[in-house]
Design a protein around this ligand. Structure first.
Ligand SMILES: Cc1cc2nc3c(=O)[nH]c(=O)nc-3n(C[C@H](O)[C@H](O)[C@H](O)COP(=O)(O)OP(=O)(O)OC[C@H]3O[C@@H](n4cnc5c(N)ncnc54)[C@H](O)[C@@H]3O)c2cc1C
Length: 399
């Protein structure tokens, strides 16, 4: 039996960031990651925004900058570009390993190949520790606070019966590939039934001859297997793969992402949910890494402070309040657009691309980042000449 202040479940961006800041704030912290290495199994495409990720201390050595964005539908396409790169594709393994070294440096203990298998509760039915299967044998850890950063599975909170399985979610399969010809400054979204009947495909370049090529699909809208569809697209060399020369897969990535918005409750006595476990992602482009880092750090900070108050729910409520105020309304708007996008036919996608063609570079970026400030979207809704465009922006504005 070992005693810690804080036990973190999951060595993804949320858990590593929480462990880093909690340990730096003076807490005795342990983190468990079930895989054999940090970022051994990559479950993400790693696209994010340069200004946001730089603010979080992830610098140029960890990403490939992007300054052009293409949407390709069966009979239409648009490329929107700007003078300065605003998004990027992360070296995911490098970034997560960097976050892990920050956590280790600040004093957190990291245990890899260690799966949390059960929770320990006290007489008041409050979480009091974890049972973990480790390479050194089974371990029971007592702690004041557990940070559930286990990703899609929300494994601790589900075991406690606090949350249930996600009902709406996305599944993605991608190959990181050697590609003979790619434009390494442009990412491409592939929309329409031939790519995904409820989702989209993507090509995200990492470097001169390397890109992540993938397919995502939404459940319950579709039962399609994204990996099978990806194989089909690669074998048939559907456009734009037909122009990319030799494509050689080097690594398979596969993952699940929640698609319902924030969990109604993300704290309880002795427990914080963070990252995908809490539903903290932008559902429009399935983007969650920067939120996982930002809110992971917040969970670490507020979690460490809460130790003086026995980490009771009241002492953790600031965490929930700040996360909600930063993203809840944006997520709700993004979900409405996503719902529309999941149901578009090929012809409707062709028309949707016409709307995107009329957006300025900055308006496009705000839109795709789910940066839905009311004034911004009202301006677009009121001033846009096309009726279809006004409909799109009105969807975002609805409450
Ligand atoms: C196909 C796909 C593409 C995506 N593309 C992007 C993108 O381009 N940009 C972007 O920003 N986001 C993207 N996302 C979302 C992004 O990956 C997540 O939002 C982000 O990874 C959330 O981080 P996290 O730390 O909460 O969870 P995760 O990264 O899932 O980490 C959770 C960790 O917990 C570990 N774990 C789980 N259960 C246990 C247990 N019982 N014991 C010990 N360890 C456990 C897991 O092994 C894992 O390492 C994508 C997601 C998918 C599925």
């Amino acid at each position: 039996m070992v005693k810690y202040d804080i036990a973190v479940v999951g060595g993804g961006p949320a858990g590593l960031s929480a462990a880093h800041i909690a340990a730096r704030s003076g807490a005795k912290v342990i983190l468990f990651e079930k895989d054999g290495a940090i970022a051994q199994n990559i479950r993400t495409s790693g696209v994010t925004w340069i200004d946001e990720i730089e603010k979080l201390g992830i610098h140029r050595e960890y990403y490939n900058p992007i300054n052009k964005y293409s949407f390709l539908s069966p009979s239409n396409e648009v490329t929107i570009g700007g003078p300065v790169a605003s998004s990027c594709v992360l070296n995911v393994r490098g970034t997560y390993q960097y976050l892990a070294s920050l956590a280790a440096e600040s004093g957190a203990e990291l245990m890899i190949k260690s799966k949390v298998t059960n929770v320990k509760v006290n007489l008041e039915n409050r979480i009091a520790g974890l049972k973990v299967s480790t390479p050194k044998g089974d371990l029971t850890v007592d702690c004041n606070l557990v940070i559930d950063a286990s990703g899609f599975s929300s494994s601790v909170a589900r075991r406690l019966g606090i949350v249930s399985e996600w009902k709406r979610y996305g599944i993605g399969a991608e190959y990181e590939c050697y590609c003979e010809n790619i434009d390494n400054e442009t990412w491409v979204l592939l929309v329409g039934q031939m790519y995904s009947n409820a989702g989209y495909g993507w090509i995200f370049p990492l470097s001169k001859n390397r890109a992540r090529i993938g397919i995502g699909v939404g459940r319950p809208e579709s039962n399609m297997d994204p990996l099978q569809r990806l194989h089909f697209i690669m074998e048939k060399k559907l456009k734009p793969l037909d122009k990319m020369g030799k494509i050689q897969p080097l690594e398979l990535h596969y993952g699940f992402i929640p698609n319902e918005g924030l969990r109604r409750s993300t704290v309880s006595d002795g427990l914080i949910l963070v990252g995908d476990s809490a539903g903290q992602s932008n559902p429009l482009v399935l983007e969650g890494i920067r939120y996982a880092i930002e809110f992971g750090r917040l969970a670490g900070e507020i979690g460490a402070k809460s130790l003086s108050y026995n980490s009771d729910r009241e002492s953790l409520l600031d965490y929930e309040r700040i996360c909600k105020s930063k993203m809840e309304s944006k997520i709700k708007s993004a979900l409405r657009v996503q719902y529309r996008w999941l149901h578009l036919s090929d012809e409707e996608w062709d028309r949707e691309i016409e709307i995107l063609k009329d957006l300025s570079y900055n308006d496009f970026l705000d839109f795709i980042k789910a940066n839905f400030s009311t004034i911004n979207i009202m301006r677009l809704a009121l001033n846009h000449p096309r009726l279809a465009a006004r409909e799109l922006f009105n969807i975002v504005l609805k409450h």
